[in-house]
Write a protein that binds this ligand. Structure first.
Ligand code: LLP
Length: 432
């Protein structure tokens, strides 16, 4: 009935998540609030882990791309599920290390890591630093030398693939700020430079072709292009690289009309390509890393709001204003992203109205969804926006000095706070 498996409706006609009544959650913790179902997150992680194990005979590792949703508890969950993570900033790295996340299972990304970020990574023996450019490579080599260490790295490669998705989230083509281009020969040149460096160990290559991708072929094509580069490296340097990171980007269901394939299908198809091309090119199958973010947490999260004003503009539209908005979910304002919206306390009623759900920020573009179907609502009703688990909390801001909502984790009918609601003191605490 709803886009996400962890959503249901109870006998009172209220929407539930992970066995908890969302109207009760709203009462207990206030709104706006992000709510995540822990079992759903763990289920997704296990599905990825199982399929990487099955398809690569145990020679693969899932890294949760924590830019999708970063906080201490998600790193604890990943650690307990024995997967790795990918981090993209000193802040994510700090948060993961602060809960004792195993450093050797961390991949560190970013197109402009600072000296301090690189030094922290070296000091903490982070598993792999995904090097984006030559300047970074040189800086890292000198930092590693200063600390008497060898940094394990992979290069981020732009495989030049059109991943049929929103332009803003396409990162694999040549006109991208991320990584080394293949076409210009800079990727091969970087490999040769790294192989000469005394404090760098080049472990492998990385690519990421985009996000919210439904088709399998771009992933297969990326694997093929990357293995051809492995073969070129072997023939030009005699070195056979040992690891291939194929990134993330698996699409999830935001609307009923979205039809993502089960993760296992991507994994099976890509594994077939990897095995086939390795045989054809005379390579041994590298250790495979993948980095799903959205597909682990996206559908496991929802956002709860309280309805305030309902403004009907005859023959134009009806605005339903809520107590959150672009500060907690900027994705509609940024990408016109689709979401399903439900009135949590009228979940059994039909969605007969066509409305625009607006936030409370001082900005006309502060919308959560336009022309969406909703039950007939009034002030005080609770709205649930579904599948907000990825890139909502992590992209939230304090625009208009709005404190960020709390994150509530639910599991088997029990709810607990994992990130506290910000206060006005928090949003002004750095002011002098
Ligand atoms: N690995 C790398 C190197 C990435 O750049 C990304 C996402 C991922 C993994 C995870 O991709 P996922 O599995 O979550 O699709 N803010 C945008 C999404 C930006 C994604 C950036 N990179 C959004 O809200 O849709």
């Amino acid at each position: 009935m709803y886009v996400s498996d962890c959503i249901s409706v109870n006998g009172r006609g209220n929407l539930t998540v992970g066995g908890c009544d969302t109207v009760e959650i709203a009462k207990e913790f206030g709104t706006p609030a992000y709510v995540f179902d822990e079992n759903e997150i763990r289920k997704n992680i296990r599905e990825f882990r199982k399929s990487i194990d099955e398809n690569y005979g145990g020679k693969g590792l899932v890294h949760y791309a924590s830019k999708a949703f970063s906080c201490k508890e998600i790193y604890r969950i990943c650690a307990s599920e024995k997967i790795g993570i990918d981090v993209v900033s000193g802040g994510e790295l700090y948060t993961a290390l602060s809960v004792g996340f195993p450093a050797e299972k961390i991949d560190f990304h970013g197109n402009n890591k600072t000296y301090e970020e690189l030094e922290t990574a070296v000091e903490n023996n982070i598993g792999r630093i995904i090097v984006d450019n030559i300047t970074e490579l040189e800086t890292l080599n000198s930092i590693a030398a200063k600390h008497g260490k060898t940094a394990g790295i992979m290069f981020r490669i732009k495989p030049g693939i059109d991943a049929h998705t929103h332009d803003f989230v396409k990162t694999g083509q040549i006109d991208s700020k991320f990584g080394f281009a293949l076409e210009t020969g800079e990727a091969m040149e970087a490999v040769k430079i790294a192989l000469e460096m005394s404090n760098i160990k080049l472990c492998g290559l990385h690519c990421h072709i985009g996000s919210q991708i439904f088709d399998i072929d771009p992933f297969e094509l990326a694997a093929k292009v990357m293995l051809e580069l492995f073969a070129d490296v072997k023939s030009q340097t005699g070195i056979e690289l040992e690891e291939l990171n194929l990134g993330g980007g698996f699409g999830i269901k935001y609307l009923e009309s979205d039809n993502p394939k089960p993760f296992g299908e991507y994994m099976k198809a890509v594994s077939k390509t990897v095995h086939g091309y390795c045989e054809k090119l005379g390579l041994k199958v590298p250790f495979i890393h993948i980095e799903p973010g959205r597909s682990i947490v996206g559908a496991a999260g929802i956002t709860l709001y309280t309805v305030g004003a309902v403004k009907e503009i005859p023959d134009i539209r009806t605005y339903v204003s809520v107590d959150g908005g672009m500060a907690d979910n900027p994705r509609y304002a940024l990408y016109k992203s689709d979401y399903e919206v439900v009135c949590a306390n009228k979940a059994t009623e039909e969605r007969t109205e066509t409305v625009t759900v607006a936030g409370k920020c001082c900005e006309s573009g502060d919308l959560i969804q336009e022309n969406t179907k909703l039950q007939s609502v009034e002030a005080g009703d609770i709205l649930a926006v579904l599948s907000t688990g990825a890139y909502n909390y992590s992209m939230a801001s304090n625009y208009n000095r709005i404190p960020k909502p709390p994150v509530i984790m639910v599991k088997d009918g029990e709810a607990r706070i994992i990130v506290k609601r910000e206060t006005y003191e928090h949003v002004s605490e750095c002011d002098i």
